[in-house]
Ligand binder design. Structure first.
Ligand code: NAI
Ligand code: UGA
Length: 458
């Protein structure tokens, strides 16, 4: 059966690494191995420069690495050794064939399942950590249990709800943990083992158990609801700009209704991140598969609204700057999809930068953690984009600043000094509404926030 007290996680990414570090920290009697086919990533996990930036992560890793947490590329022996296998590989949107652009690309998942099947000679518990379409566990179970070795695999679903930038806090004190399994004797036994792991630090009332399909669908639904809130407030931001209302005040007023709640109502240039769009498209694909076209359209509109918002932001920049930005230097403050991460996957900044470059603007990007990833995202524009760790340097001689990530450090810059170094008239487009707009206006900036009246010197 493998070693009862050995856990393996396949996939050492944004989820696999932090999640397993926390499980190892809270379960010192377990040995936790995290494997990946990407040896560079594994080397980084074994170094002082972890492959992802996440506040508090290095401290947790220091506590457990090489004690009961091990990062390795030895997938084969680790599969043999472990009794519990979490699968946390990437599940991007499929970019070919049926379901192109919508369905989840399950090739990494399926390859992993087949590898587990080939290498196992004892029964094991397989846990879906990746976000997957409903019924994936069932398909995986079919593949795994097709073996002629007489071994049984229980496939469970235990989706992850951490958000990047707050991963350690979210793992330490989650709102809830979901564990879904079959409700057979063996399924329930496996479920209990996973519940026990989490019970080492999370109250039982927060560990919700259900059948595996509910768990899978709950993850997609949670992400869809979260994204929907952002699209809802962003749609209202557009209306605020037309009517003179202030989206911040509207969000506050609406959010004080306890049925609505105050969180996740910050208007922005658009939501980014590797998951919201892909998970909504995944949901949309599922709905269409089951003939629920109206339901699919409803959820798809959340993504459409997001695309509209970022497009609107760029058009506003263009319009404010006299309909031409060719040859003008524009400094993008922030490239990460949100603060406190270096992750740039699906960041709205990618779209903004590309549009500005197509308009022949001179784009300079500054970000405290995401410049290396930004370079990868904009590879096709090599040589045409400047990357600059220092925001003061980035803004020098620029016509405009666009704030695209809500990094705390941008709030306390010396904007007087920045203003003096910039071309006039000077614009600041606040795609996160986090800067002190009145102060900036008094310094001399033309301030264009989201969903609020502009502060213009014209
Ligand atoms: N990024 C996030 O904040 C969250 C992500 N998720 C979900 O978790 C899953 C993983 O996401 P991330 O960690 O962000 O992805 P990631 O891309 O950072 O990491 C996935 C890792 O799996 C590895 N991998 C792929 N196939 C493999 C194989 N056959 N053997 C060994 N390693 C393999 C890749 O090399 C990569 O390092 C996705 O389904 C995602 O939707 C869920 C909650 C939060
Ligand atoms: O499945 C996932 O990958 C994860 O997706 C999100 O986490 P994450 O994408 O890391 O970060 P969020 O804090 O949700 O932010 C997503 C995007 O929405 C934007 N956002 C967020 C909140 C808000 O009020 N306004 C807004 O524009 C952020 O700036 C960011 O671009 C969810 O919050 C997690 O629960 C989930 O586990």
């Amino acid at each position: 059966m493998g070693n009862e007290k050995t856990i393996l996680c396949i996939g050492a990414g944004y989820v696999g690494g932090p999640t397993m570090a926390m499980i190892a920290l809270k379960n010192p009697d377990y040995k936790v191995i995290v494997v990946d086919i990407n040896s560079k990533r594994i080397d980084a996990w074994n170094s002082e420069e972890l492959p992802i930036y996440e506040p508090g992560l290095l401290e947790v890793v220091h506590n457990v690495r090489d004690k009961n947490l091990f990062f390795s590329t030895d997938v084969e022996n680790s599969i043999k050794e472990a009794h519990i296998i979490f699968v946390s590989v990437n599940t991007p949107t499929k970019m070919f064939g049926y379901g192109e652009g919508y369905a989840a690309d399950l090739q990494y998942w399926e390859k992993t399942a087949r590898q587990i099947l080939k290498l196992s000679d004892a029964s094991k518990i397989i846990v879906e950590k990746s976000t997957l379409p409903v019924k994936t566990a069932e398909a995986m179970e079919r593949i795994l249990n097709s073996n002629e070795k007489g071994i049984i695999f229980d496939v469970l679903s235990n989706p992850e709800f951490l958000a990047e930038g707050t991963a350690i806090k979210d793992l330490e004190d989650p709102d809830r943990v979901l564990v879904g399994s079959r409700e057979t004797e063996s399924g329930l036994r496996a479920r209990n083992k996973i519940v026990q792991l989490y019970s080492s630090w999370i109250g039982k009332e927060k560990i919700l158990t259900s059948n595996v399909w509910s768990t899978e669908l709950s993850k997609l639904t949670a992400n869809a609801f979260l994204a929907q809130r952002i699209s809802s407030i962003n749609s209202i931001a557009a209306l605020c700009e037309e009517t003179g209302a202030n989206v911040h005040e509207v969000a506050h007023a609406v959010g004080t209704d306890s049925r609505i709640g105050p969180k996740f109502l910050n208007a922005s240039v658009g939501f980014g991140g590797s998951c919201f769009k892909k998970d909504i498209f995944n949901l949309v694909y599922l709905c269409r598969h089951y003939g629920l076209d109206e339901v699919a359209d409803y959820w798809e509109s959340v993504v459409k609204m997001n695309e509209y918002q970022v497009e609107r932001f760029v058009l506003k920049m263009l319009k404010s700057m006299f309909n031409t930005i060719a040859g003008k230097k524009i400094a993008l403050f922030g490239f990460a999809f949100k603060a406190n991460t270096g992750d740039t996957r699906e960041s709205p900044a990618i779209y903004v930068a590309k549009k500005l470059l197509n308009e022949m603007a001179n784009v300079v990007i500054t970000d405290p953690k995401a410049l290396e990833n930004a370079k990868i995202e904009l590879k096709e524009f090599d040589g045409n984009v400047e990357y600059c760790p220092d925001p003061y340097e980035a803004a020098k001689n620029a016509h405009a600043i666009a704030v695209l990530t809500e990094w705390e450090c941008y709030k306390s810059l010396d904007y007087k000094k920045i203003f003096e170094s910039m071309e006039k008239p000077t614009f600041i487009f606040d795609g996160r509404n986090t800067l002190p707009h009145k102060d900036l206006f008094e310094i001399g900036f033309n301030v264009i926030p989201l969903g609020m009246p502009e502060l213009s010197h014209f």
